[in-house]
Design a protein around this ligand. Structure first.
Ligand code: ADP
Ligand code: MG
Length: 557
């Protein structure tokens, strides 16, 4: 039989799996069970939306079977199955290779990093098996096929016999070596433990024939062993569990299991709403910026479930752009399974959920700001820019939501402060919220324009992000205080400008000469009272500041 080659990327990952000295090999089972569960989800969804199919709860399950003598471990599911093409396309390629794409070679060699924090799917089987066999029959197909591979040198596919729709994965478990133990993956207690640990919330029963020991009839000290089929997992999805029964670790596991990120969640929001609209949601704010976050490839959205059945992987309508960094899922009984993408956009229930979630994220962020400043700053350093874009991109309601979440570096505090903090510290006679724009805090500090304002004892916010000033212009005011650039012509500081004007007119020939020399570059040259130690500075008259002008000029037409 012809041996087919894996695609290059897959081969690389396979090599990594096979040669990994990884200690958490046990996750292979999590990966295979999660695939089985996905496959049952698919058939379940089909049955619910297609009247010609019936979903009989009892006939959908996952079964794990260990055979010590033959060193095989089987994972059987009654899911949707795979056609020949599916086997070829899905198991010969890495489905979600984003994980590999951004890892550099060194990180890959390390192995630990990538597998530990995050799954690699089907290929994980090669961490524990010499031969992986997949026998599958797809829903609606008359034939079944066998896919088999011994690893990096390729795979074969041939017709096979299988009556029931679904998939059977057979792992030929590796022999123990001096350094490595594989026997444990054939041990009942160990398999049970792994299933409990990683797959407890899988919605379908994970069955196993477990040895039970019972006293022999008519005897008190004699026992018999027999096999009994047990369901190992509790089948309650984590989002339906009580918050108080869950630990940070549970949420973290879920975060990784779901591949929301490689990092840890900085903040977890678990919410259950039971009222006019009912839903459970688990939302995460990542600790780090997702590697593709500021790229076009990044897709925002939450997983959407209708009463436990996944109906969409990334429902974008659930998140405003300014919270696009939020990961997680929503499960609602009030959504129809049959709903299409287009219909979802107009769905009133979904709109209400979106609104609620939006509010919830905001309030949780405010709480974080209040209770854990350090964490909030970490969050803001990662995603603050997105919030500022949010303010900038909208005339309407965004600023209400976002203005209290913004932070800027303060000339006085020498750290990030909120607008609320700024305003509450303003002296009686201060009319404006002052800001200065520049490339860095150090450079802003040296700006002559900041002198007078600082001299008055007023605080200045440093705008070092290009978006800052644009966002603030959109905001216009905060608590009725206007924003004012330190380089604007009128600083609103009561200085005796008349004296300055007099001085200017007394020397008008000199200034006319200077204007002449700088013709086309400046509009006016005059005496200013705002300078203390610097001889000269630039200021603006109009709406656009010098910094904004720079940004606008840099923009493509
Ligand atoms: P992922 O689950 O992230 O898509 P995997 O490497 O785990 O990536 O699986 C690759 C693909 O193989 C799946 O998307 C699915 O299409 C297919 N697949 C794997 N296991 C099964 C199974 N038990 N039943 C049906 N399809 C499966
Ligand atoms: Mg998978």
């Amino acid at each position: 039989m012809e041996k087919k080659q894996f695609q290059a990327e897959s081969k690389r990952l396979l090599d990594l799996m096979i040669n990994s000295i990884y200690t958490h090999r046990e996750v292979f089972l999590r990966e295979l069970i999660s695939n089985a569960s996905d496959a049952i989800d698919k058939i379940y969804y089909k049955a619910l939306t297609d009247d010609s199919l019936r979903f009989d709860q009892d006939s959908y399950y996952i079964k794990v079977e260990a055979d010590k003598e033959n060193r095989t471990l089987k994972i059987i599911d009654t899911g949707i199955g795979m056609t020949r093409e599916d086997l070829e396309n899905n198991l010969g390629v890495i489905a979600k290779s984003g994980s590999l794409a951004f890892k550099n070679e060194n990180e890959l060699k390390d192995g630990y990093d990538i597998i530990g924090q995050f799954g690699v799917g089907f290929y994980a089987a090669f961490m524990v098996a010499d031969i992986v066999t997949v026998i599958s029959k797809a829903l609606g197909s008359a034939e079944a096929y066998k896919w088999e591979s011994e690893g990096a040198d390729g795979y074969t596919i041939e017709p096979w016999k299988k009556d029931a729709v679904g998939t059977e994965i057979i792992l030929k478990i590796k022999e123990n070596t001096e350094e490595d133990q594989f026997d444990e993956f054939l041990e009942e207690y160990r398999l049970k433990e792994i299933i409990k640990k990683y797959s407890d919330f899988i919605r379908y029963p994970i069955k196993m024939d477990v040895t039970v020991r019972k006293p022999k009839e008519d005897s008190e000290n004699e026992y018999v062993d027999f096999k009994e089929e047990q369901i190992i997992n509790s089948m309650v999805p984590i989002w339906k569990k009580n918050k108080n029964d869950l630990t940070d670790e549970d949420y973290e596991k879920f975060y990784h299991e779901k591949r929301y990120g490689f990092d840890k969640p900085l903040k977890t929001i678990h919410t259950s709403v039971d009222g006019a609209i009912r839903y459970n949601a688990i939302l995460f704010i990542p600790e780090n910026i997702p590697f593709d976050y500021y790229s076009k490839e990044y897709e925002k959205g939450l997983e959407l479930y209708s009463n436990g059945v996944l109906i969409m992987n990334k429902c974008a309508d659930l998140l405003p752009d300014y919270f696009s960094f939020v990961k997680g899922m929503v499960d609602s009984e009030d959504l129809s399974l049959n709903i299409s993408r287009e219909m979802l956009q107009h769905d009133r229930q979904l709109k209400r959920i979106e609104k609620n979630i939006n509010k919830k994220i905001k309030s949780e962020l405010l709480t974080l700001l209040k209770n854990d400043r350090e964490k909030y700053e970490k969050f803001f350093n990662s995603f603050g820019r997105q919030l500022k874009y949010g303010v900038y991109s909208d005339f309407g309601t965004h600023k209400e939501v976002l203005q209290d979440l913004l932070m800027f570096y303060s000339s006085k505090e020498k750290k990030l402060v909120t607008l609320d903090e700024y305003v509450s510290r303003m002296p009686e006679d201060q009319k404006y919220i002052y800001y200065a724009s520049g490339d860095s805090n150090e450079r802003i500090e040296k700006l002559p324009q900041t002198e007078l304002v600082s001299d008055k004892g007023y605080e200045i916010l440093y705008f070092t992000d290009e978006i800052d000033e644009f966002a603030i212009r959109m905001l216009m005011t905060y608590k009725e205080k206007e924003f004012k650039s330190v380089s604007s012509g009128d600083l609103g500081i009561e200085e005796d400008q008349t004296a300055a004007n007099e001085e200017t007119s007394e020397n008008k020939d000199l200034f006319a000469k200077m204007k002449d020399i700088l013709a086309g570059k400046v509009k006016d040259v005059r005496i200013s009272k705002r300078l203390k130690t610097h001889p000269v500075c630039l200021s603006t008259d109009g709406e656009i500041s010098i910094e904004m002008e720079k940004v606008l000029n840099a923009m493509p037409d």
